[in-house]
Design a protein around this ligand. Sequence first.
Ligand SMILES: [Zn+2]
Length: 152
Amino acid sequence: MDAHRFAPGRALVLGGVRLRDKDGLEGHSDADVLTHAIMDALLGAAGMEDIGSLFPDDEPAFAGADSLKLLATVVGLLREQGWRPVNIDAVVICEEPRVAPHRQSMRERLAAAMGVEVDQVGLRGTTTERMGFTGKREGIAAQAVALIERRG
Ligand SMILES: [Zn+2]
């Protein structure tokens, strides 16, 4: 799970897709909340350190970082431990923008970054019916679960 607050002057990137040049999310990297949730799900499933430990906020090298590249790095670390991703399921929680029109391109980019097929990546958007911080448009949240397996 991850959440970032809106930041008017920043681009909005979700699942590696740049949706707009402003009204994006605050964060040290590109603030791709969806990709971050997937990274943490993969790392958690493998019993590894979370992304905050791997890619610290105070590390200049990760300022404005492309989160898809960080995701590829994470999958590489899993592979070093003998793990490979099997299925990912993720949900983006916000009132806007609508995820559906971009769903396919997000799935393609995420799958490519992880070295898996598109049909191994589930993705949808939902709202909280105007309740809570996502409902009040203060930010965007994302949740993900990951199934991984040991290569034989
Ligand atoms: Zn994040």
